[in-house]
Design a protein around this ligand. Structure first.
Ligand SMILES: *Cc1c(COP(=O)(O)O)cnc(C)c1O
Length: 405
């Protein structure tokens, strides 16, 4: 084939696999929580690259870390360790329940490592019969075949032939259903402490306590997928920190690199010991460039000021969205935690979250959806208050448009 290079949205359909349907605009520059497209049109960013750009676009601390490391050393592979990886792993251990860290490049890979580790742990400490993985309806854990099969959306996992076996799903927040299915054959339970893609659904505190207790009773590992909730998103460094439970394994990605691909699986020394030399790996995992950026992200985010700022900003969002809702009555509820916020469509607007996203883009606002019934906001954790206000003004215009249509 011979195709001229043509940097337009139309070119996407000519040269890309059709698994995505990107919007009509092509952004070319970002600064903080503002983004500009090819035509110079400005957007306020309430999407944050799907909860990734936790410090907005081109934050000076991240640009500094990337360029400094970029002039020193980019990549070695895991044949050797490197200083940024040792530093980041130490920071993660010091900040959490964990004693050991495994680095990966994406949320799915961190979850893949967690699931493989859980299976090995059960196999080596009990036996082959302890292989059941329990997960929850609507859960999202990534798109590798193992993680998408553990995820709770058949639409994502069907159509690829035989799936990995011994995976069970139960409704989220349903203690009785969970208790009915867990047994001594359960090797691990994987869950998001607050379901993101599934619709911004928080785990009930009693549910979390029950899951932890039943995991303990049946000697099953509890894996928290904090790929979306982690790194300050909910106003804690990790969401588990505001609950009464501690997981055995935790995965983190998205915001960990603030836009640079990096992920990590955290666990205890006892469990980690079962991922022995040669049992798992990644060429790029823990690469110096990614870890240098991760270090800069943690240094900025894991401070009382930034974490408290998330809760202040949450309030601004809630107040603003509730005010818009009083006028137009489109949401049945505004829910979520920190800067992982969902506006749930009421009956009148059921199934129409995408209409709000499209109208928002026309008004110069980037937001997200979480299924057909939830408009999702996951902005920078340090988004200026003025940008929140202006973004909400634009969102109100979008709501008015959908309302009038
Ligand atoms: C985004 C997400 C993933 C997948 O992360 P990738 O980096 O896309 O592989 C996994 N789990 C949760 C909870 C997520 O939000």
């Amino acid at each position: 084939m011979s195709i001229d290079i043509n940097l337009t949205r139309a070119q996407f359909d000519e040269v890309m696999v059709p698994n995505y349907a990107p919007s009509a605009i092509i952004p070319v520059r970002g600064d903080g929580s503002r983004v500009w497209d090819q035509t110079g049109k400005e957007f306020i960013d309430f999407a944050g690259g799907i909860a990734v750009n936790c410090l907005g676009h081109c934050h000076p601390a991240l640009v500094g870390a990337l360029t400094t490391q970029g002039e020193k050393l980019w990549h070695l592979s895991n044949v050797m360790t490197n200083e940024p990886a040792l530093e980041l792993a130490t920071k993660l251990v010091n900040a959490t329940f964990a004693d050991r860290v495994y680095f990966a490049n994406s949320g799915a890979e961190a979850n893949e490592a967690a699931l493989k580790l859980a299976r090995r742990f059960a196999l080596e400490t009990v036996g082959a019969e302890k292989d059941q993985i329990i997960a929850f309806d609507k859960a999202f854990h990534g798109r590798t075949f193992f993680t998408v099969s553990v995820g709770g959306q058949a639409a994502y996992s069907d159509g690829f032939g035989p799936k990995p076996e011994s995976i069970s799903h139960v409704p989220f927040n349903d203690i009785a259903a969970f208790e009915a299915i867990i047994s001594d054959k359960t090797c691990a339970v994987m869950m998001e402490p607050l379901q993101g893609e599934g619709g911004i659904i928080d785990a009930d505190p009693e549910f979390l306590i029950a899951v932890r207790a039943l995991c303990d009773k049946h000697n099953a590992l509890l894996i928290f997928d904090e790929v979306q909730t982690g790194v300050g998103r909910t106003g804690e460094l990790y969401a588990y920190m505001s609950t009464d439970v501690v997981p055995d394994i935790l995965t983190t990605a998205k915001a960990l690199g603030g836009g640079f691909p990096i992920a990590a699986m955290l666990t205890t020394a006892t469990i980690a010991a079962h991922l022995k030399i040669g049992t798992h790996g990644s060429t790029y995992g823990g690469n110096p460039l990614a870890c240098a950026v991760g270090n800069a992200v943690l240094d900025v985010v894991n401070t009382p000021e930034v974490l408290a700022g998330v809760k202040q900003r949450e309030q601004l969002f809630r107040d603003g969205l509730n005010k818009i809702n009083e006028k137009y009555d489109v949401f049945s509820e505004v829910r979520g935690k920190g800067l992982l916020i969902g506006g749930v469509m009421n009956e009148k607007f059921a199934g129409r979250s995408r209409d709000f996203l499209v109208a928002s883009a026309q008004e110069g606002l980037m937001c997200l959806i979480a299924g057909a019934n939830v408009v999702r906001f996951t902005p920078s954790l340090v988004i200026p208050h003025a940008d929140i206000e202006e973004g909400l003004v634009r969102f109100e215009r979008a709501v008015a448009k959908v309302f009038a249509a």
